[in-house]
Design a protein around this ligand. Structure first.
Ligand code: COA
Length: 143
């Protein structure tokens, strides 16, 4: 295990590696139902793919665009790579693209355990906790 790379991709060019990571993390590890995971929004989203030095997929994230608002989601890093800066690199790549497009409002729905991770990148909690896919979440906004 050594270096890694992140890059923006479209679903059309990288569906297989993006889906491989999300299947391992969300469906197999966290038990998210397939029907919720594949929600039909991927085709129009901006995606970021992280790969290791051999080109194997190790992390994902996406942003959906609703008017002037960006919605970050599907942040996932495969277990052996967690805690090594991959998640932060994916989030920063998404935020860089969001800023490049001039969008001011950025939000996400964080699983509670991931709240400290997003706080370190400048997000804060907004509103009450709620259930999504059987897991407690809270909405977070940037700034
Ligand atoms: N609790 C507290 N801090 C955390 C954390 C957690 N669960 N996960 C990461 N951090 C911190 C790191 O310690 C690091 O802080 P530092 O810079 O002070 O050392 C910082 O956040 C960046 O961490 P990083 O190594 O880039 O995170 P990661 O690659 O492990 O990715 C997730 C974070 C959440 C994407 C990853 O744990 C994951 O895929 N989890 C399973 C899927 C999931 O729950 N996704 C989130 C859905 S909302």
């Amino acid at each position: 295990m050594s270096g890694f790379h992140v890059r923006p991709v479209t679903w059309q060019e990288a569906a297989a590696p993006l889906a491989e990571v999300r299947r391992a993390v969300f469906i197999e590890e966290q038990g998210v139902p397939e029907a919720l995971e594949w929600d039909g929004a991927d085709e129009d989203a901006l995606h970021v793919l992280a790969t290791d030095d051999e080109g194997r997929p190790i992390g994902t994230g996406r942003a959906l665009f609703h008017g002037a608002c960006a919605h970050i989601g599907r942040m996932a890093v495969v277990k052996p790579w967690r805690g090594r800066g991959v998640g932060r690199a994916i989030l920063e790549a998404l935020l860089a693209e969001i800023d490049r497009r001039g969008l001011e409002r950025v939000f996400l729905n964080a699983q509670l355990h991931a709240v400290p991770f997003y706080e370190k990148s400048g997000f804060r909690r907004e509103g009450p906790e709620f259930d999504d896919a059987g897991m407690p979440h809270v909405r977070m906004v940037r700034g």
